[in-house]
Design a protein around this ligand. Structure first.
Ligand SMILES: [Zn+2]
Length: 482
């Protein structure tokens, strides 16, 4: 059975739901809304994305740890802004067996209130800091909006949350910068383009001084928030009594940051790189980098199989993840399956290839076919690595070109901004005076959301606030978000 995929550009939402299913990424038919199963192939992709997250955190001195999933109610309520931000989406455990619990337990919606009481025990002096810990765990949110696989879920299964503590505000500010560079490295190696913006005051993380967000745009022109970074200042450290002895013998409370990424990063990989034939996975995270398909002709099966096994073993030994597809179905069906699953390189070996001592490569991205000598085998391996690098670079470049050309706009009038947003053109920068009330009105008039003030984008400032007509102090990114 083959499935006709909806057009990715014209009907992204359908395409996305279908590809999650037919490429065997996840199955969301579980009887709890917003809870799904990572299938074997999707799980491997997720693992590789997690590996990328771990790599860039570990390299910068973050320590992976594991904290409990349950939060006693009094702890969750300790930072008053924080609980207000989460109150209506917390899952509560009220019973142990048949007995009501004395203290209700929350399933973590995020882990500040789990980790910081422990940090308070660990921090005695400035020398105990910095603490830079992270974990990759499930968190739970009672979503009332329509759920969507990997994008809006009730069990976020892949929440990478990092939480740091420092002895000065300046160090915490430096940590925010490091977090930005860690996230850039992660998204860059996944080939995902992004805009970093500082969230407006009314939309910052509950309990933070300020929040930064990474936003990408999916093909239907809507933005997807894929990472957030928060400067927490001393809000939590005071609530959780994280007091320490300073260098000069005084007392102070720790300065903190936290930052998170979820399985939306997997969704973003899928959205950024697929086409109408299926996924196209960046070699950095593809579960399989190469698939070998034997082209059998009557009487020539043995030679073909021998050559396929030879290539399979060479690649396996050189550390390239590879599969030899020897299923008893047509080669055409196999091509279809692996294109759907986005394997970067397909190798075809038929009797003619064996005769001429070559293998045939097909590049999943360009669909280009080329042949290359089977021996010397080191050269063959180098050639495959070269094509994989090319695909990785091309995916990055294509996604970034599209993002910049198609999804980043500037508008100086309300009409222009409205038209761009209505046409699903991604992110539209508009002039704003900085006043909250104007911001709310702007969101209303545009039928969009203010993402925030771009942190790195160089937008030359000219024009008047689209709401009040006063001189603008900044450009602000707006969009229709997921
Ligand atoms: Zn204004």
């Amino acid at each position: 059975m083959t499935v006709e995929l909806p057009s990715k550009e014209e009907n992204f939402s359908e395409w996305f739901s279908t590809i999650i299913d037919v490429a065997e990424i996840a199955d969301f038919r579980y009887p709890i809304k917003g809870c799904g199963i990572w299938l074997a192939y999707g799980f491997k992709l997720r693992q590789n994305v997690c590996k990328t997250m771990r790599k860039f955190h570990d390299e910068t001195g973050h320590d992976e740890m594991l904290f409990p999933m349950l939060i006693p109610e009094d702890l969750l309520r300790k930072e008053s802004d924080h609980i207000k931000g989460f109150e209506d989406e917390v899952y509560w455990i009220t019973h142990g067996g048949l007995s009501p619990l004395d203290v209700k337990l929350a399933l973590r919606p995020t882990s500040e209130t789990v980790m910081y009481p422990m940090y308070a025990l660990w921090i005695r002096s400035h020398a105990d800091m910095p603490i830079k810990a992270y974990q990759i765990v499930s968190i739970f949110r009672y979503e009332t909006k329509a759920t969507k696989p990997l994008i809006r879920v009730r069990e976020v299964t892949t929440f990478k949350e990092a939480h740091t503590a420092h002895s000065t505000f300046e160090e915490a500010e430096e940590q925010v910068k490091e977090a930005i560079s860690v996230y850039k490295n992660i998204f860059d190696s996944l080939g995902i383009p992004y805009l970093i913006s500082r969230r407006p005051e009314w939309d910052k993380f509950a309990g933070s001084e300020y929040s930064l967000a990474f936003e990408t745009v999916v093909p239907d022109g809507r933005t997807l928030q894929i990472g957030t970074i928060h400067q927490l200042g001393q809000n939590f450290s005071k609530a959780f009594n994280m007091e320490f002895e300073t260098k000069d013998g005084g007392r102070d409370f720790a300065y903190q940051t936290c930052y998170g990424i979820s399985e939306r990063s997997v969704a973003a990989v899928i959205a950024a790189h697929g086409d109408d034939q299926g996924l196209i996975l960046p070699p950095n995270v593809a579960p399989l980098k190469v698939v070998i398909v034997p082209i059998w002709y009557k009487g020539k099966e043995e030679e073909v199989n021998e050559a396929c096994e030879k290539v399979y073993n060479i690649l396996k030994e050189s550390g390239i993840t590879v599969k030899l597809d020897d299923r008893d179905i047509t080669a055409g069906r196999k091509f279809y399956d692996w294109e759907l699953k986005g394997v970067p390189i397909r190798i075809e070996i038929g009797p003619k290839d064996v005769e001429s001592g070559v293998v045939t490569f097909v590049n999943r991205l360009t669909k280009k076919k080329e042949t290359y000598p089977l021996t010397p085998t080191e050269k063959l391996v180098d050639k495959i690595k070269e094509i994989l690098n090319e695909i990785q670079d091309d995916l990055y470049k294509n996604a970034h070109r599209k993002f910049e050309e198609k999804f980043l706009h500037k508008a100086n009038s309300l009409d222009e901004a409205q038209e761009l947003l209505e046409g699903r053109n991604g992110i539209v920068m508009v002039p704003w005076c900085g006043d909250d009330e104007c911001g709310f009105q702007l969101e209303d008039k545009l039928g969009g959301t203010i993402l925030g003030i771009p942190v790195e984008e160089k937008v030359t400032l000219e024009g008047e606030c689209l709401t009040c007509g006063r001189e603008a102090i900044t450009f602000v990114a707006t969009s229709r978000p997921y």
